[in-house]
Design a protein around this ligand. Structure first.
Ligand code: ADP
Ligand code: MG
Length: 382
């Protein structure tokens, strides 16, 4: 590990297990994440939400070392006071030293192994360390036998927590979908993480499975001391279990706060549900081309986004307007709905009652959001 990957804890950050500062991730000309900053507090469940393609998984990939960010800093503050700059840490040290574990959007289990074996394999590193990496260590030292017994105990503990005891000897691949999701989480918990990153654990679950998942996550929060960073589409899950919500749209943060404040944030409603294009067009025409172009070209709210670099973001704001006949200004499909909301709120002040109301359906393009902030899933299992 590079020495500069370890930092002294900044006292301001002591409540934050994770601090993301000005994170950007570029893929060629596409900016999947643009100047993103947020915090996840210790002991809390922080939800990262946003329409498909918003950059949520990319954030996870940067945190867990799958991608090296183009810019920015990701600081992980452990309970013992040590801090790690994750973007500088070698990949394999992120789970081992920084104590970050993750699950994937698409389940990744050893499907031919039993449920119990999956939980034991997760502890392989710990066991190898106890063996001293020697054959003598495996058979001779009591340290290894002790570690081995502890591993079995830990596996049993998480089998019970995840309600999988009855299926312990079944191949993981034979489990129903919801049980596989819980097994993935149990397996991650067997590595003793301080931060658990879950990528859409509720996607495709039926209501009963979703309830079981919520219970497991609440139990982890209450009893293990592990903080959770959760990517989730299902707002019913987000509302029920998260303490804090960060909302992304096209790689930019458009809202950050309590579940209730985010749920009622018009920018979020616009991003998820779309706004009515006819009404957008009417307002834009009222205001006039040049003003509109200028306002859209100034990019997103600087408090929430990258400002000048916004034109390179996925779904560039400045590419979202085009001229057609006469004074008509059209807003192309895929435009940032939060930016549209801002533009309209700024350019056409009205009484609150006359303000934009987001519409759940209709012809507005949606950035393929699988679920609405208030509703149920639109998409299925991936
Ligand atoms: N490895 C990659 N190469 C190129 N583009 C990528 C890569 N990973 C993600 N992207 C792009 O980054 C954007 C954000 O993707 P992603 O983080 O998967 O979104 P989300 O998880 O919010 O649905 C998308 O436009 C996606 O196509
Ligand atoms: Mg994703």
């Amino acid at each position: 590990m590079t020495a500069n990957a370890i930092q002294k804890t900044n006292p301001d950050m002591k409540d934050a297990i994770l601090q993301v500062d000005h994170l950007s991730m570029k893929f060629g000309g596409l900016i999947a994440i643009g100047d993103l900053s947020f915090q996840a507090k210790r002991g809390e469940i922080t939800a990262l939400i946003g329409p498909n393609g918003a950059g949520k998984t990319t954030v996870f990939n940067c945190i867990t070392g799958f991608y090296k960010p183009s810019e920015g800093m990701i600081t992980l503050n452990r309970a013992d006071g040590s801090s790690y700059l994750l973007e500088r840490l070698p990949n394999h040290e992120i789970p081992a030293r920084a104590k970050v574990a993750r699950t994937f959007q698409n389940i990744r289990l050893f499907s031919g192994m039993t449920v119990l074996e999956n939980l034991l394999v997760a502890q392989h590193n710990k066991l190898m360390k106890a063996s001293g990496y020697t054959i003598l260590g495996l058979f001779g030292f009591s340290g290894y036998r002790k570690a081995s017994a502890e591993s079995v105990e830990l596996a049993k503990y998480w089998l019970e927590k995840a309600d999988l005891v009855d299926r312990a000897d079944d191949p993981a691949g034979d489990l129903p979908y919801g049980a596989q999701r819980r097994l993935e989480i149990a397996r991650a918990m067997c590595t003793g993480p301080e931060l658990l990153c879950l990528d859409e654990p509720a996607a495709g679950l039926n209501p009963k499975e979703s309830l079981a998942l919520n219970s497991l996550l609440m139990d982890i929060k209450k009893t293990s001391g592990t903080s959770i960073l959760l990517i989730e589409h299902d707002m019913s899950v987000v509302m029920q279990i998260s303490d804090h919500v960060v909302v992304l749209e096209y790689g930019r943060k458009i809202s950050d706060g309590s579940p209730q404040s985010v749920r009622t944030d018009p920018r979020v409603i616009a991003a998820y549900l779309g706004v009515d294009d006819e009404e957008v067009e009417a307002v834009l025409t009222e205001v006039g081309d040049e003003d509109v172009i200028e306002q859209l070209d100034t990019g997103p709210d600087s408090a929430h986004g990258p400002g000048t670099s916004s034109s390179y973001l996925a779904g560039p704001v400045s590419d979202t307007i085009g001229h057609s006949q006469g004074e008509r200004v059209t807003v192309s499909k895929g435009a940032s709905k939060a930016a549209q909301y801002d533009t309209r709120a700024n350019s056409a002040p009205r009484k609150p009652s006359e303000r934009l109301t987001a519409k759940p359906a209709g012809k507005s393009p949606k950035p393929a959001a699988a679920k609405s902030p208030t509703g149920k899933p639109r998409g299925g299992r991936k």
